[in-house]
Design a protein around this ligand. Structure first.
Ligand SMILES: Nc1ncnc2c1ncn2[C@@H]1O[C@H](COP(=O)(O)OP(=O)(O)OP(=O)(O)O)[C@@H](O)[C@H]1O
Length: 293
């Protein structure tokens, strides 16, 4: 369904060293599956996600979605093809001076649905999918974070996309609301067969939702595995960053020792514990992957 072949994205700014955010990534996402992309801050996850709908055009490589090679399309054809790809963001990106219904209707307007009644009907239908029909006339400021994300999901679904790209969709939400939003994403994947790609730094999100996992570091996909592996006892990710991401969340060093910084990735994060070595992994990873949230 989604096929990335040798995709690279380099940002070049005058007076600065070019920065390769995505470095020669090839990835296949099967139709109807949920692909998780995980990695530390700065690993290139968001850039790779934005490469899929060409919100960020890769500097090299090809991107195909549903059999169409997006990287070969002209601007008009690309605008049309993008209607097959919905996207939601960490910050929801709703238009504050439009009501909930108008926010969803706007995406249909952009998609070229000319008839207003048809737009309103489809907006209501999309809002029903995420059970938020009681809020159609309110403004985003009157909604909770979880409600805003549900409206954003409705807006993304209104054009009946085949693919839904999710950029840290639950990072701004509490755990309970996170579970609710993930449930809606799981439901739309199952009910409508929508292929989902979700970027997150939260392993819990990957465990709950993904079928397949890609681990990114320094712009590269360094490891891929089926998410079911995460539930298998004895599963041991191949790379140190994969192992680290599997570890049990935040553990603070209370020893008072402050190991000197290393710029290389840890060799054996399983060995982290307790009293000192863990922080050195944080600093080591911060050096190699741009920091840990
Ligand atoms: N438009 C841009 N111009 C220049 N550099 C950029 C741009 N967008 C991203 N970068 C850089 O590319 C690298 C990868 O960024 P990206 O946002 O893709 O990482 P990420 O893994 O999604 O991080 P986070 O989890 O913090 O969002 C970072 O070093 C970032 O500063």
């Amino acid at each position: 369904m989604i096929s990335l072949t040798h995709v690279s994205t380099t940002f070049a700014a005058r007076g600065r060293e070019p920065l390769t955010a995505v470095d020669d990534v090839s990835l296949e996402v099967p139709r109807g599956s949920i692909q998780g992309i995980i990695g530390f801050s700065g690993a290139g996850k968001s850039t790779l996600l934005r490469n899929i709908n060409l919100l960020e055009r890769p500097t090299a490589g090809t991107v195909s979605v549903a059999g169409t090679e997006l990287t070969s399309l002209d601007d008009a054809a690309l605008r049309q093809a993008r209607h097959q790809i919905g996207m939601i963001f960490q910050g929801f990106n709703l238009v504050n001076n439009l009501t909930v219904a108008q926010n969803v209707e706007l995406s249909l307007k952009f998609a070229g649905v000319k008839d207003r009644r048809e737009r309103l009907r489809r907006a209501a239908e999309a809002l029903e999918i995420v059970d938020i029909t009681d809020k159609t006339s309110v403004y985003p400021a009157q909604l909770s974070g979880g409600q805003k994300q549900r409206v954003a999901i409705a807006r993304a679904l209104a054009t009946k996309p085949e693919v839904l790209l999710c950029d840290e969709p639950t990072s701004a939400l509490d755990p309970f609301t996170t579970a609710t939003v993930l449930q809606y994403l799981a439901d739309v994947n199952r009910e409508f067969g929508i292929t989902v790609v979700i970027v997150t730094h939260e392993m819990e999100v990957i465990k709950a939702l993904a079928d397949n996992v890609a681990v990114m570091e320094d712009g590269r996909v360094v490891e891929e595995f089926p998410a079911s592996e995460l539930r298998r006892e004895g599963f041991n990710p191949r790379t140190s960053i994969g192992k680290y991401l599997l570890s049990d969340g935040i553990r603070l060093d209370r020893s008072g020792e402050r190991p000197h910084e290393s710029t290389s990735a840890p060799q054996d994060p399983d060995a982290a514990q307790p009293g000192g070595t863990h922080r050195s992994q944080h600093t080591a990873l911060a050096g190699s992957a741009g920091g840990v949230r």
